[in-house]
Design a protein around this ligand. Structure first.
Ligand code: SF4
Length: 423
């Protein structure tokens, strides 16, 4: 692999990647040191080529997407002052705080009647007063109105919060969610498992071990889930590798993860971005592609890797399809969480736009449901007129009102010295 060998391939420019490339070509599992070398390397094209090889073994040229709609029932969150990387949450009386009634949620979900929709992706803040019954009624109501739409709902953090509020076990909350129609869990709330990084960016949140325990319990109950890593803040390269290894270990144990999604930290309108002096500077395309590629290489037992275009732009996501990624997220429709953090991407993509992005990368689009069952392929596809953005309920709750501009109260600034950022 060192230099051109057979006239068709070019070996790694970074010598540290030579033994790793050999392992990938032999389909061998990578070690912690290998993962670290991958993150420390700037030989991005080799990372991409190796990850593309690993992805093709699993998924060929197929790239999945979902006709999905994001729903965020509330942005009120009891951790609003301690998750300093979050731009979405509000205190109950803070400007821009909202909590939807069930009728408002059903009205918003009715956009699904005018758009191809297979999945509701439902996440929100940890509201101090919204009880489990509110969520169960929501899911039952959505299933009654849209029986063909899968419900992917509630992060591990929200589930643990509900268990505390109701004095129930996590297992019993999960059973209740499943019985009300939840098909799978999203992967949010994992952030990065490193206790030191977590102490800086989210010190009151569920620990990494607790996050993994909720997913383990879900998998035992037959509820598949997704997993994430938030990168580009104060985490070290070692933190990233250890996070991936923890996900890989749980997947070895349960096989319940469907997809890994690296999530790019956005520094606008949150306290961490201010302290880091990063306002207006999101992660680089280089790091976005590297995180896709390394994720694909280390997580050899998770079938899919997704790029979240609202965070990294549709164009980086399109390039990611040749860096080990086989899922382009979906239509999304109402993206709020990252737009609160300054994402300059569109809030939605039309169905045909998603298909065009995938076809434009020379890949074969496949619309999927939440469980990665293919519901449509596009061999004879002819682009239609781009869709019209569906409308939700009118009103101030649909305005993005950035909380730092609105005057945050009770802000707790992070202590950066808690983390050795020298790696
Ligand atoms: S990251 Fe989640 S738990 Fe933390 S403040 Fe934001 S909404 Fe709340």
């Amino acid at each position: 692999m060192d230099g051109p060998s057979d006239g068709r391939t070019v070996g790694p420019r970074d010598p540290a990647l030579v033994p790793i490339a050999q392992k990938v070509e032999r389909a061998e599992r990578l070690t912690r040191d290998d993962g670290l070398a991958l993150f420390q390397s700037n030989d991005l094209l080799t990372l991409g080529r190796l990850a593309d090889l690993a992805n093709r073994r699993l998924n060929g040229d197929r790239v999945y997407f979902a006709a999905n709609q994001h729903i965020n029932p509330t942005n009120v969150c009891v951790l609003r002052n301690t998750c300093v990387f979050c731009s979405f949450a509000r205190m109950p009386q803070e400007a821009g705080a909202y909590t939807r009634s069930l009728e408002e949620i059903f009205a918003e979900a009715d956009a699904a009647r005018d758009n191809p929709t297979r999945e509701f992706h439902i996440v929100g803040g940890l509201h101090p007063k919204l009880r489990l019954a509110y969520y169960l009624d929501m899911f039952r109501g959505l299933k009654a109105r849209h029986p063909g739409v899968h419900i992917k709902a509630l992060t591990a953090v929200e589930i643990a919060h509900l268990a505390r509020l109701e004095r129930m076990s996590v297992r019993d909350v999960l059973i209740a969610l499943r019985d009300a129609g939840v098909t799978s869990l999203p992967g949010g709330g994992a952030e990065v498992f490193s206790p030191a990084a977590r102490a800086t960016i989210a010190d009151k949140k569920l620990s990494g071990e607790e996050w993994l325990a909720v997913h383990r319990e879900a998998h035992r109950l037959g509820i598949p889930s997704n997993c994430t890593m938030l990168y580009g803040h104060v985490e070290t390269m070692t933190d990233r590798v250890d996070h991936l290894l923890a996900l890989r270990a749980l997947q070895d144990e349960t096989g319940g993860f469907l997809t890994y999604i690296p999530l790019a930290y956005h520094p606008d309108h949150n306290e961490l971005g201010e302290v880091l002096g990063r306002t207006g500077t999101a992660t680089s395309g280089f790091d976005d592609l590297k995180n896709i590629a390394v994720g694909r290489l280390v997580l050899d037992n998770i079938p899919h890797v997704k790029t979240h275009w609202p965070m990294v732009t549709p164009f980086i996501s399109q390039v990611a399809l040749t860096f080990g990624c086989d899922d382009l997220e979906g239509t999304v429709v109402f993206e709020r969480v990252y737009h609160e953090a300054g994402a300059a991407t569109p809030m939605w993509l039309g169905y045909d736009q998603v298909v065009s992005l995938i076809r434009g990368a020379g890949k074969q689009p496949a619309e999927r449901d939440s469980l990665y069952q293919t519901v449509r392929t596009f061999e004879d596809w002819v682009p239609a007129v781009p869709g019209v953005r569906p409308r939700g309920p009118e009103g101030p709750t649909f305005q993005i009102s950035h909380r730092l501009q609105a005057g945050a109260r009770g802000r707790r600034l992070p202590v950066l010295s808690a983390v050795d950022a020298s790696e």
